[in-house]
Design a binder for this molecule. Structure first.
Ligand SMILES: Cc1cc2nc3c(=O)[nH]c(=O)nc-3n(C[C@H](O)[C@H](O)[C@H](O)COP(=O)(O)OP(=O)(O)OC[C@H]3O[C@@H](n4cnc5c(N)ncnc54)[C@H](O)[C@@H]3O)c2cc1C
Length: 448
Protein backbone atom coordinates (compact mmCIF):
# COMPACT_ATOMS: atom_id res chain seq x y z
CA UNK A 1 0.00 0.00 0.00
CA UNK A 2 1.22 3.48 -0.89
CA UNK A 3 2.53 5.84 1.80
CA UNK A 4 0.89 8.81 0.07
CA UNK A 5 -2.29 9.57 2.11
CA UNK A 6 -4.12 11.06 -0.89
CA UNK A 7 -3.39 8.03 -3.12
CA UNK A 8 -4.30 5.64 -0.28
CA UNK A 9 -7.59 7.47 0.30
CA UNK A 10 -8.38 7.39 -3.45
CA UNK A 11 -7.67 3.63 -3.54
CA UNK A 12 -9.89 2.79 -0.57
CA UNK A 13 -12.72 5.08 -1.71
CA UNK A 14 -12.55 3.43 -5.15
CA UNK A 15 -12.73 -0.03 -3.57
CA UNK A 16 -15.66 1.05 -1.38
CA UNK A 17 -17.61 2.42 -4.35
CA UNK A 18 -16.89 -0.75 -6.32
CA UNK A 19 -18.50 -2.94 -3.65
CA UNK A 20 -21.38 -0.58 -2.99
CA UNK A 21 -22.29 -0.24 -6.67
CA UNK A 22 -21.59 -3.89 -7.53
CA UNK A 23 -25.28 -4.92 -7.02
CA UNK A 24 -26.41 -2.45 -9.67
CA UNK A 25 -24.00 -3.98 -12.19
CA UNK A 26 -25.02 -7.50 -11.14
CA UNK A 27 -28.71 -6.65 -11.54
CA UNK A 28 -28.16 -5.84 -15.22
CA UNK A 29 -26.33 -9.11 -16.00
CA UNK A 30 -28.24 -12.22 -17.02
CA UNK A 31 -32.04 -12.30 -17.12
CA UNK A 32 -33.66 -8.98 -16.20
CA UNK A 33 -37.35 -8.66 -15.17
CA UNK A 34 -39.77 -6.46 -17.13
CA UNK A 35 -39.46 -2.75 -16.09
CA UNK A 36 -41.87 -1.71 -13.33
CA UNK A 37 -41.87 2.03 -13.94
CA UNK A 38 -39.32 4.71 -13.00
CA UNK A 39 -40.28 5.15 -9.31
CA UNK A 40 -40.27 1.41 -8.61
CA UNK A 41 -36.94 0.91 -10.41
CA UNK A 42 -35.33 3.74 -8.41
CA UNK A 43 -36.75 2.13 -5.23
CA UNK A 44 -35.22 -1.23 -6.16
CA UNK A 45 -31.86 0.35 -7.02
CA UNK A 46 -31.78 2.22 -3.68
CA UNK A 47 -32.62 -1.02 -1.85
CA UNK A 48 -29.69 -2.80 -3.52
CA UNK A 49 -27.21 0.01 -2.84
CA UNK A 50 -28.51 0.57 0.72
CA UNK A 51 -28.06 -3.10 1.56
CA UNK A 52 -24.57 -3.31 0.08
CA UNK A 53 -23.67 -0.14 2.03
CA UNK A 54 -24.94 -1.87 5.18
CA UNK A 55 -22.67 -4.83 4.39
CA UNK A 56 -19.72 -2.51 3.75
CA UNK A 57 -20.26 -0.98 7.22
CA UNK A 58 -18.73 -4.15 8.68
CA UNK A 59 -15.58 -3.64 6.61
CA UNK A 60 -15.31 -0.01 7.78
CA UNK A 61 -15.20 -1.06 11.44
CA UNK A 62 -13.13 -4.22 10.85
CA UNK A 63 -9.90 -2.47 12.00
CA UNK A 64 -7.83 -3.73 9.08
CA UNK A 65 -4.38 -2.33 9.94
CA UNK A 66 -3.67 -1.39 6.30
CA UNK A 67 -6.89 0.63 5.96
CA UNK A 68 -6.91 2.15 9.44
CA UNK A 69 -3.17 2.76 9.08
CA UNK A 70 -3.53 4.86 5.95
CA UNK A 71 -6.83 6.66 6.64
CA UNK A 72 -6.97 6.70 10.44
CA UNK A 73 -9.45 4.80 12.57
CA UNK A 74 -11.27 7.96 13.65
CA UNK A 75 -11.81 8.98 10.01
CA UNK A 76 -13.08 5.49 9.23
CA UNK A 77 -15.53 5.60 12.13
CA UNK A 78 -16.80 9.05 11.21
CA UNK A 79 -17.36 7.82 7.67
CA UNK A 80 -19.03 4.69 9.08
CA UNK A 81 -21.48 6.84 11.06
CA UNK A 82 -22.33 9.06 8.09
CA UNK A 83 -22.57 6.18 5.59
CA UNK A 84 -24.87 4.37 8.06
CA UNK A 85 -27.40 7.21 7.94
CA UNK A 86 -27.29 7.29 4.11
CA UNK A 87 -27.68 3.49 3.91
CA UNK A 88 -30.65 3.74 6.27
CA UNK A 89 -32.32 6.40 4.09
CA UNK A 90 -31.73 4.31 0.95
CA UNK A 91 -33.16 1.16 2.56
CA UNK A 92 -36.12 3.13 3.93
CA UNK A 93 -36.77 4.65 0.49
CA UNK A 94 -36.92 1.14 -1.00
CA UNK A 95 -40.36 0.09 0.39
CA UNK A 96 -41.68 3.67 0.33
CA UNK A 97 -41.01 4.12 -3.40
CA UNK A 98 -42.24 0.61 -4.26
CA UNK A 99 -45.49 1.12 -2.33
CA UNK A 100 -45.89 4.59 -3.87
CA UNK A 101 -45.56 3.04 -7.34
CA UNK A 102 -47.90 0.15 -6.55
CA UNK A 103 -49.77 -0.15 -3.21
CA UNK A 104 -49.86 -3.92 -3.84
CA UNK A 105 -46.31 -3.99 -2.41
CA UNK A 106 -47.85 -3.36 1.03
CA UNK A 107 -48.63 -7.08 1.03
CA UNK A 108 -44.92 -7.68 1.83
CA UNK A 109 -45.71 -6.44 5.34
CA UNK A 110 -49.07 -8.25 5.61
CA UNK A 111 -48.85 -11.31 7.92
CA UNK A 112 -52.04 -12.72 6.36
CA UNK A 113 -50.24 -13.02 3.01
CA UNK A 114 -46.93 -14.42 4.29
CA UNK A 115 -46.41 -14.31 8.06
CA UNK A 116 -42.66 -15.19 8.21
CA UNK A 117 -41.87 -12.65 5.47
CA UNK A 118 -43.95 -9.89 7.10
CA UNK A 119 -42.33 -10.62 10.49
CA UNK A 120 -38.78 -10.69 9.07
CA UNK A 121 -39.17 -7.48 7.07
CA UNK A 122 -40.89 -5.58 9.93
CA UNK A 123 -38.32 -6.64 12.55
CA UNK A 124 -35.51 -6.02 10.04
CA UNK A 125 -36.72 -2.43 9.49
CA UNK A 126 -37.15 -1.98 13.27
CA UNK A 127 -33.61 -3.24 13.89
CA UNK A 128 -32.27 -0.90 11.20
CA UNK A 129 -34.02 2.02 12.86
CA UNK A 130 -32.40 1.12 16.20
CA UNK A 131 -28.96 0.75 14.58
CA UNK A 132 -29.16 4.32 13.29
CA UNK A 133 -31.07 6.02 16.09
CA UNK A 134 -29.42 4.47 19.19
CA UNK A 135 -26.01 6.13 18.64
CA UNK A 136 -27.78 9.52 18.65
CA UNK A 137 -29.58 8.91 21.94
CA UNK A 138 -27.20 6.48 23.68
CA UNK A 139 -25.83 9.05 26.11
CA UNK A 140 -29.27 10.48 26.94
CA UNK A 141 -30.56 6.95 27.57
CA UNK A 142 -27.63 6.34 29.90
CA UNK A 143 -26.54 3.30 27.85
CA UNK A 144 -22.91 2.29 28.46
CA UNK A 145 -20.71 2.57 25.38
CA UNK A 146 -19.70 -1.11 25.64
CA UNK A 147 -23.30 -2.35 25.68
CA UNK A 148 -24.28 -0.07 22.86
CA UNK A 149 -21.35 -1.34 20.75
CA UNK A 150 -22.33 -4.96 21.43
CA UNK A 151 -26.03 -4.38 20.58
CA UNK A 152 -25.11 -2.31 17.53
CA UNK A 153 -23.15 -5.22 16.02
CA UNK A 154 -25.90 -7.77 16.73
CA UNK A 155 -28.66 -5.58 15.29
CA UNK A 156 -26.61 -4.72 12.21
CA UNK A 157 -25.86 -8.43 11.60
CA UNK A 158 -29.59 -9.18 11.85
CA UNK A 159 -30.41 -6.41 9.33
CA UNK A 160 -27.89 -7.75 6.82
CA UNK A 161 -29.19 -11.32 7.22
CA UNK A 162 -32.82 -10.25 6.68
CA UNK A 163 -31.82 -8.04 3.74
CA UNK A 164 -29.84 -10.81 2.05
CA UNK A 165 -32.67 -13.32 2.56
CA UNK A 166 -35.12 -10.76 1.11
CA UNK A 167 -32.99 -10.23 -2.01
CA UNK A 168 -32.72 -14.00 -2.57
CA UNK A 169 -36.45 -14.66 -1.95
CA UNK A 170 -37.59 -11.81 -4.21
CA UNK A 171 -35.18 -13.09 -6.85
CA UNK A 172 -36.79 -16.51 -6.70
CA UNK A 173 -40.13 -14.84 -7.37
CA UNK A 174 -38.78 -13.36 -10.63
CA UNK A 175 -36.81 -10.28 -9.42
CA UNK A 176 -33.35 -9.12 -10.43
CA UNK A 177 -31.67 -12.06 -8.72
CA UNK A 178 -33.64 -14.86 -10.35
CA UNK A 179 -30.59 -16.94 -11.28
CA UNK A 180 -28.68 -19.09 -8.83
CA UNK A 181 -25.26 -17.52 -9.38
CA UNK A 182 -26.58 -14.05 -8.49
CA UNK A 183 -28.22 -15.43 -5.37
CA UNK A 184 -24.94 -17.16 -4.51
CA UNK A 185 -23.02 -13.85 -4.81
CA UNK A 186 -25.51 -12.09 -2.51
CA UNK A 187 -25.32 -14.88 0.04
CA UNK A 188 -21.50 -14.83 -0.16
CA UNK A 189 -21.44 -11.05 0.44
CA UNK A 190 -23.84 -11.42 3.38
CA UNK A 191 -21.69 -14.19 4.88
CA UNK A 192 -18.57 -12.06 4.34
CA UNK A 193 -20.13 -9.18 6.29
CA UNK A 194 -20.99 -11.47 9.23
CA UNK A 195 -17.54 -13.09 9.02
CA UNK A 196 -15.94 -9.64 9.37
CA UNK A 197 -17.96 -9.07 12.53
CA UNK A 198 -16.97 -12.46 13.97
CA UNK A 199 -13.34 -11.82 13.05
CA UNK A 200 -13.35 -8.56 14.98
CA UNK A 201 -15.36 -9.71 17.97
CA UNK A 202 -14.06 -13.29 18.36
CA UNK A 203 -10.97 -14.16 16.32
CA UNK A 204 -8.93 -10.98 16.85
CA UNK A 205 -9.59 -10.79 20.64
CA UNK A 206 -8.66 -14.46 20.96
CA UNK A 207 -5.37 -13.85 19.09
CA UNK A 208 -4.43 -11.18 21.65
CA UNK A 209 -4.20 -13.91 24.31
CA UNK A 210 -1.22 -15.38 22.42
CA UNK A 211 0.86 -12.32 23.34
CA UNK A 212 -0.12 -11.29 26.86
CA UNK A 213 1.29 -8.44 28.94
CA UNK A 214 1.65 -7.88 32.66
CA UNK A 215 1.00 -4.54 34.37
CA UNK A 216 4.46 -3.54 35.59
CA UNK A 217 3.54 -0.17 37.06
CA UNK A 218 0.41 1.89 37.69
CA UNK A 219 1.46 5.40 38.59
CA UNK A 220 -0.39 8.62 39.19
CA UNK A 221 0.54 11.50 36.85
CA UNK A 222 -2.01 14.09 38.00
CA UNK A 223 -5.19 13.96 40.12
CA UNK A 224 -7.21 12.36 37.33
CA UNK A 225 -4.55 10.82 35.08
CA UNK A 226 -2.52 7.62 35.50
CA UNK A 227 0.07 5.77 33.47
CA UNK A 228 -0.12 2.00 33.08
CA UNK A 229 3.24 0.55 32.11
CA UNK A 230 2.98 -2.95 30.65
CA UNK A 231 5.59 -5.66 30.18
CA UNK A 232 5.46 -8.24 27.39
CA UNK A 233 5.29 -11.76 28.80
CA UNK A 234 7.35 -14.22 26.75
CA UNK A 235 7.36 -12.26 23.49
CA UNK A 236 8.95 -9.23 21.84
CA UNK A 237 6.02 -6.89 22.42
CA UNK A 238 4.08 -4.87 19.86
CA UNK A 239 6.05 -2.90 17.28
CA UNK A 240 4.22 0.41 16.89
CA UNK A 241 4.78 3.81 15.36
CA UNK A 242 4.83 6.69 17.86
CA UNK A 243 1.39 8.34 17.79
CA UNK A 244 -0.50 5.10 17.16
CA UNK A 245 -2.95 3.48 19.56
CA UNK A 246 -3.98 0.01 20.70
CA UNK A 247 -7.10 -1.48 22.27
CA UNK A 248 -6.48 -2.45 25.88
CA UNK A 249 -8.23 -5.23 27.77
CA UNK A 250 -7.38 -5.78 31.43
CA UNK A 251 -7.63 -9.25 32.96
CA UNK A 252 -6.78 -12.51 31.26
CA UNK A 253 -9.92 -12.97 29.21
CA UNK A 254 -10.49 -11.37 25.81
CA UNK A 255 -14.23 -12.16 26.14
CA UNK A 256 -15.17 -8.91 27.76
CA UNK A 257 -16.95 -5.86 26.44
CA UNK A 258 -14.47 -3.63 28.26
CA UNK A 259 -11.95 -3.08 25.48
CA UNK A 260 -10.83 0.56 25.14
CA UNK A 261 -8.53 2.41 22.74
CA UNK A 262 -5.55 4.32 24.13
CA UNK A 263 -2.58 5.95 22.42
CA UNK A 264 0.84 4.66 23.35
CA UNK A 265 2.54 7.31 25.45
CA UNK A 266 5.88 5.47 25.62
CA UNK A 267 8.76 5.42 23.15
CA UNK A 268 8.39 3.15 20.14
CA UNK A 269 11.98 2.05 20.72
CA UNK A 270 10.83 -0.11 23.64
CA UNK A 271 7.94 -2.25 22.33
CA UNK A 272 8.39 -4.78 25.16
CA UNK A 273 7.39 -2.10 27.70
CA UNK A 274 4.53 -0.07 26.24
CA UNK A 275 2.82 2.57 28.39
CA UNK A 276 -0.60 4.19 28.23
CA UNK A 277 -1.47 7.41 30.01
CA UNK A 278 -5.14 7.54 30.78
CA UNK A 279 -7.47 10.25 32.01
CA UNK A 280 -10.39 9.25 34.23
CA UNK A 281 -13.38 10.27 32.16
CA UNK A 282 -15.96 7.54 32.75
CA UNK A 283 -16.69 4.31 34.61
CA UNK A 284 -13.87 2.29 33.08
CA UNK A 285 -11.11 4.89 33.16
CA UNK A 286 -12.07 5.89 36.71
CA UNK A 287 -11.61 2.29 37.87
CA UNK A 288 -8.00 2.06 36.68
CA UNK A 289 -6.53 3.19 40.01
CA UNK A 290 -7.51 -0.25 41.33
CA UNK A 291 -5.40 -2.13 38.78
CA UNK A 292 -2.63 -3.91 40.67
CA UNK A 293 0.86 -4.51 39.26
CA UNK A 294 1.01 -8.09 38.01
CA UNK A 295 -2.47 -7.98 36.47
CA UNK A 296 -2.73 -9.44 32.96
CA UNK A 297 -3.35 -7.08 30.06
CA UNK A 298 -4.11 -7.82 26.41
CA UNK A 299 -3.38 -5.49 23.52
CA UNK A 300 -4.90 -5.37 20.07
CA UNK A 301 -3.18 -3.19 17.50
CA UNK A 302 -1.30 -1.14 16.66
CA UNK A 303 -3.68 1.10 14.75
CA UNK A 304 -3.79 4.62 13.46
CA UNK A 305 -2.35 7.00 10.89
CA UNK A 306 -1.44 9.69 13.43
CA UNK A 307 2.34 9.28 13.33
CA UNK A 308 5.28 10.93 11.64
CA UNK A 309 7.02 7.84 10.25
CA UNK A 310 5.96 8.43 6.63
CA UNK A 311 6.11 12.22 6.65
CA UNK A 312 8.69 13.72 4.31
CA UNK A 313 8.93 16.85 6.54
CA UNK A 314 11.58 16.71 9.28
CA UNK A 315 9.93 19.09 11.80
CA UNK A 316 6.92 18.50 14.02
CA UNK A 317 4.53 21.08 15.49
CA UNK A 318 2.13 19.70 18.10
CA UNK A 319 -1.06 21.50 19.03
CA UNK A 320 -2.47 19.42 21.85
CA UNK A 321 -4.86 19.80 24.75
CA UNK A 322 -5.43 17.82 27.95
CA UNK A 323 -4.96 14.08 27.53
CA UNK A 324 -4.43 14.65 23.77
CA UNK A 325 -0.77 15.06 24.73
CA UNK A 326 -0.23 11.26 24.85
CA UNK A 327 0.51 10.53 21.16
CA UNK A 328 2.74 13.63 21.02
CA UNK A 329 4.60 12.38 24.10
CA UNK A 330 5.24 9.06 22.39
CA UNK A 331 6.66 10.90 19.37
CA UNK A 332 8.87 13.12 21.57
CA UNK A 333 10.12 10.19 23.65
CA UNK A 334 10.89 8.22 20.47
CA UNK A 335 12.71 11.16 18.87
CA UNK A 336 14.71 11.56 22.07
CA UNK A 337 15.52 7.84 22.37
CA UNK A 338 16.66 7.69 18.75
CA UNK A 339 18.78 10.81 19.18
CA UNK A 340 17.08 12.48 16.20
CA UNK A 341 17.56 16.16 15.43
CA UNK A 342 14.29 17.78 14.46
CA UNK A 343 12.61 21.13 14.91
CA UNK A 344 9.86 20.68 17.53
CA UNK A 345 7.10 23.00 18.67
CA UNK A 346 4.45 22.12 21.24
CA UNK A 347 1.45 24.28 22.10
CA UNK A 348 -0.06 22.44 25.05
CA UNK A 349 -3.44 23.60 26.35
CA UNK A 350 -4.76 22.90 29.84
CA UNK A 351 -7.19 24.58 32.21
CA UNK A 352 -4.77 24.96 35.13
CA UNK A 353 -1.10 24.14 35.81
CA UNK A 354 -1.97 21.11 37.98
CA UNK A 355 -3.63 19.49 34.93
CA UNK A 356 -0.39 19.45 32.91
CA UNK A 357 0.62 15.83 32.39
CA UNK A 358 4.38 15.13 31.93
CA UNK A 359 5.24 18.69 33.03
CA UNK A 360 8.68 17.84 34.43
CA UNK A 361 9.66 15.53 31.61
CA UNK A 362 8.67 18.13 29.02
CA UNK A 363 10.77 20.64 30.90
CA UNK A 364 13.72 18.27 30.71
CA UNK A 365 13.10 17.64 27.00
CA UNK A 366 13.44 21.35 26.34
CA UNK A 367 17.05 20.95 27.42
CA UNK A 368 17.75 17.84 25.35
CA UNK A 369 15.73 18.53 22.21
CA UNK A 370 15.17 21.56 20.03
CA UNK A 371 11.69 21.92 21.60
CA UNK A 372 9.80 25.21 21.69
CA UNK A 373 7.23 24.54 24.44
CA UNK A 374 4.29 26.84 25.13
CA UNK A 375 1.83 26.12 27.94
CA UNK A 376 -1.55 27.62 27.06
CA UNK A 377 -3.51 27.83 30.31
CA UNK A 378 -7.02 29.11 30.90
CA UNK A 379 -6.08 29.95 34.47
CA UNK A 380 -2.25 30.05 34.72
CA UNK A 381 -2.28 30.63 38.51
CA UNK A 382 1.11 29.62 39.85
CA UNK A 383 3.03 27.74 37.17
CA UNK A 384 6.14 26.84 39.12
CA UNK A 385 9.36 25.07 38.08
CA UNK A 386 9.26 25.95 34.41
CA UNK A 387 10.91 28.43 32.16
CA UNK A 388 8.61 27.46 29.30
CA UNK A 389 6.54 30.21 27.73
CA UNK A 390 3.04 30.59 29.15
CA UNK A 391 0.03 32.03 27.38
CA UNK A 392 -3.21 32.75 29.16
CA UNK A 393 -6.47 31.64 27.55
CA UNK A 394 -7.25 29.14 24.81
CA UNK A 395 -5.48 28.05 21.67
CA UNK A 396 -6.55 30.88 19.39
CA UNK A 397 -5.40 31.98 15.92
CA UNK A 398 -3.32 34.66 17.68
CA UNK A 399 -1.48 32.12 19.86
CA UNK A 400 -0.85 29.95 16.81
CA UNK A 401 0.33 32.94 14.78
CA UNK A 402 2.72 33.90 17.57
CA UNK A 403 4.28 30.50 18.27
CA UNK A 404 3.75 28.15 15.32
CA UNK A 405 6.30 28.02 12.51
CA UNK A 406 5.73 30.26 9.45
CA UNK A 407 2.77 28.93 7.44
CA UNK A 408 4.81 28.69 4.23
CA UNK A 409 7.64 26.73 5.83
CA UNK A 410 7.02 23.35 4.25
CA UNK A 411 9.48 21.57 6.52
CA UNK A 412 6.82 21.33 9.26
CA UNK A 413 3.88 18.96 9.77
CA UNK A 414 1.23 19.77 12.38
CA UNK A 415 -0.21 17.18 14.77
CA UNK A 416 -3.46 18.12 16.50
CA UNK A 417 -5.04 16.14 19.31
CA UNK A 418 -7.28 17.27 22.16
CA UNK A 419 -10.82 18.29 23.00
CA UNK A 420 -13.12 18.66 19.98
CA UNK A 421 -13.50 22.50 20.12
CA UNK A 422 -9.74 22.96 20.48
CA UNK A 423 -9.08 20.68 17.50
CA UNK A 424 -11.63 22.47 15.31
CA UNK A 425 -10.22 25.87 16.27
CA UNK A 426 -6.63 24.77 15.59
CA UNK A 427 -7.48 23.17 12.23
CA UNK A 428 -9.35 26.28 11.06
CA UNK A 429 -6.61 28.61 12.27
CA UNK A 430 -3.93 26.64 10.39
CA UNK A 431 -5.97 26.44 7.20
CA UNK A 432 -6.76 30.19 7.43
CA UNK A 433 -3.03 30.89 7.74
CA UNK A 434 -2.56 29.02 4.47
CA UNK A 435 -1.00 25.80 5.83
CA UNK A 436 -1.37 23.08 3.21
CA UNK A 437 -4.00 20.52 4.47
CA UNK A 438 -1.54 17.73 3.57
CA UNK A 439 0.67 18.96 6.45
CA UNK A 440 -2.07 18.79 9.08
CA UNK A 441 -2.75 15.53 10.94
CA UNK A 442 -5.51 15.10 13.51
CA UNK A 443 -6.45 12.37 15.96
CA UNK A 444 -9.88 12.46 17.58
CA UNK A 445 -10.33 10.51 20.82
CA UNK A 446 -14.10 10.94 20.76
CA UNK A 447 -15.22 8.34 18.25
CA UNK A 448 -18.82 7.82 19.36
C1 LIG B 1 -7.65 6.58 18.92
C2 LIG B 1 -7.94 6.89 20.37
C3 LIG B 1 -6.90 7.09 21.24
C4 LIG B 1 -7.17 7.40 22.57
N1 LIG B 1 -6.12 7.60 23.41
C5 LIG B 1 -6.36 7.94 24.70
C6 LIG B 1 -5.28 8.17 25.61
O1 LIG B 1 -4.10 8.06 25.26
N2 LIG B 1 -5.60 8.47 26.89
C7 LIG B 1 -6.89 8.60 27.33
O2 LIG B 1 -7.11 8.87 28.50
N3 LIG B 1 -7.92 8.38 26.49
C8 LIG B 1 -7.71 8.05 25.20
N4 LIG B 1 -8.76 7.82 24.36
C9 LIG B 1 -10.13 7.97 24.88
C10 LIG B 1 -10.52 6.73 25.65
O3 LIG B 1 -10.65 5.62 24.79
C11 LIG B 1 -11.86 6.97 26.36
O4 LIG B 1 -11.72 8.08 27.20
C12 LIG B 1 -12.25 5.81 27.19
O5 LIG B 1 -12.51 4.70 26.37
C13 LIG B 1 -13.47 6.19 28.02
O6 LIG B 1 -14.01 5.06 28.64
P1 LIG B 1 -14.91 5.17 29.96
O7 LIG B 1 -15.78 3.96 30.00
O8 LIG B 1 -14.09 5.46 31.13
O9 LIG B 1 -15.78 6.46 29.73
P2 LIG B 1 -17.26 6.61 29.23
O10 LIG B 1 -17.86 7.78 29.95
O11 LIG B 1 -17.99 5.33 29.21
O12 LIG B 1 -17.03 7.02 27.74
C14 LIG B 1 -16.64 8.34 27.36
C15 LIG B 1 -16.48 8.31 25.84
O13 LIG B 1 -15.32 7.54 25.52
C16 LIG B 1 -15.58 6.74 24.35
N5 LIG B 1 -15.51 5.32 24.70
C17 LIG B 1 -15.97 4.70 25.82
N6 LIG B 1 -15.74 3.41 25.79
C18 LIG B 1 -15.14 3.16 24.62
C19 LIG B 1 -14.67 2.00 24.00
N7 LIG B 1 -14.76 0.80 24.55
N8 LIG B 1 -14.12 2.13 22.78
C20 LIG B 1 -14.02 3.32 22.19
N9 LIG B 1 -14.42 4.47 22.72
C21 LIG B 1 -14.98 4.39 23.93
C22 LIG B 1 -16.96 7.11 23.87
O14 LIG B 1 -16.82 8.17 22.94
C23 LIG B 1 -17.63 7.62 25.10
O15 LIG B 1 -18.68 8.51 24.81
C24 LIG B 1 -8.51 7.49 23.03
C25 LIG B 1 -9.55 7.26 22.14
C26 LIG B 1 -9.28 6.96 20.83
C27 LIG B 1 -10.41 6.71 19.89
Amino acid sequence: MTNNPKKAAAFWIGLYLFFVLLPLVLSQLGPVPAPRGFVAEVGIALGFVGLSMMGAQFALTARFPSVAGSLGQDTMLQFHAQAGVIAFLFVLAHPILLIASDPGYLSFFDPRVNAPRAFALSTGMGALLLVVVLPLFRKRLGMAYEWWRFTHGLLAAFVVMVGTAHVVMVGREGGYTSVLWKQAIWVALGVLAIALLLRMRILTPWLTTKKPYRVAENREETDDTRTLVLEAVGHEGMAFKPGQHAWLTLGGTPWTLAQHPFSFSSSATDPKRPAFTIKALGDYTRSLDKVEPGATALLEGPYGAFHHENDPTPNLAFIVGGIGVTPAMSMLRTISARGETRGLVMLYANKTPDRIVFKDELEQMREELDLHLVHVLEDPGELADTTAITEQGLITPDVIEKHAPPADDKSWTYYICGPEPMMNAAEHALLDRGVDPGRIRSERFNIA
